[in-house]
Design a protein around this ligand. Structure first.
Ligand code: XBP
Ligand code: MG
Length: 254
């Protein structure tokens, strides 16, 4: 059994509940600023999350939920510009500091750093969004804690394809057996599992009904000493919150 060397973190939904209160309002602000009457409410956004990537999600929305919209001639450029505007609104929202990290995230990252564990971010969101979340929650220099930030359009095939995880592992010169992934969604675990990574899931409101049968451990949150997690599947082996020792035990199970 390989020794655990690296923790690979998804961002949206895993580090923070950014989808409902960050990305969704930012999309709506961009639509309004562009003079579009589109509005993505919480329930519609849940359906749109089927597709990862903001530009891809806009296209999917038009195809499936707003097919009568007459596309402008330069449609690719139109989607790109709308998405640039959305990223601007999203990073502004993060700068306002309204979206905290989920329980236990900062504690686990700090513990992993103290133990010289290697860290990476593996996400489909735009790199500027990762910077905005990390710097406004963990501090100005926190991006440098992560050896690799695999994000956005680095690989053309976003999650659920394994490509972004495989890219990150390659950059770190690691095999899948050397690392473990942290995810919150079905698209996320499809990606990490297809990259042969063991995966710990922390669910959220958008993902709680999804199929996590490929996960080694499914929790409602990472939790803290005074805020125990609920175990939805897998073995917490006597632990009440996700610390590095439990992560190592999960990594070591067959
Ligand atoms: C989240 C995503 C992203 C964000 C939007 O994936 O699918 O597309 O919703 O970000 P993950 P962009 O959980 O893997 O981070 O608009 O920048 O694409
Ligand atoms: Mg996610």
């Amino acid at each position: 059994m390989a020794t655990l060397q690296a923790l690979l973190f998804d961002v949206d939904g895993t580090l923070a509940d950014t989808e409902r209160d960050g990305h969704r309002p930012a999309f709506n602000m961009a639509f309004k600023a562009a003079g579009l009457d589109w509005h993505w409410d919480e329930s519609l956004y849940g359906e749109l999350l089927e597709v990862t990537g903001g530009k891809e999600r806009i296209r999917y929305y038009l195809e499936k939920f707003n097919p009568s919209f007459s596309k402008p001639d330069q449609f690719d450029a139109f989607v790109k510009a709308l998405h640039v505007s959305k990223t601007r609104f999203y990073t502004q929202l993060m700068a306002e500091g309204k979206i905290p990290l989920r329980p236990g995230v900062e504690r686990l990252i700090n513990e992993a750093r103290s133990a010289d564990m290697r860290l990476a971010i593996v996400t489909t969101t735009t790199p500027a969004n990762v910077t905005a979340l990390l710097t406004n929650t963990l501090g100005a220099d926190s991006e440098s804690w992560f050896e690799v930030i695999a994000a956005g359009d680095i690989v053309p095939a976003k999650k659920p394809a394994p490509d972004i995880y495989l890219w990150a592992l390659k950059q770190m010169n690691l095999t899948p057996a050397d690392a473990i992934a942290f995810e919150d969604s079905l698209n996320g675990i499809k990606s990490s599992a297809a990259a042969q990574l063991k995966t710990i899931i922390t669910i959220n409101d958008y993902t709680k009904e999804e199929d996590f049968s490929q996960a080694q451990l499914v929790l409602d949150q990472m939790g803290d000493e005074n805020k125990p997690f609920n175990v939805l599947s897998g073995e917490a082996q006597g632990h009440s919150f996700l610390d590095l020792e439990l992560v190592k035990k999960i990594h070591a199970t067959m």
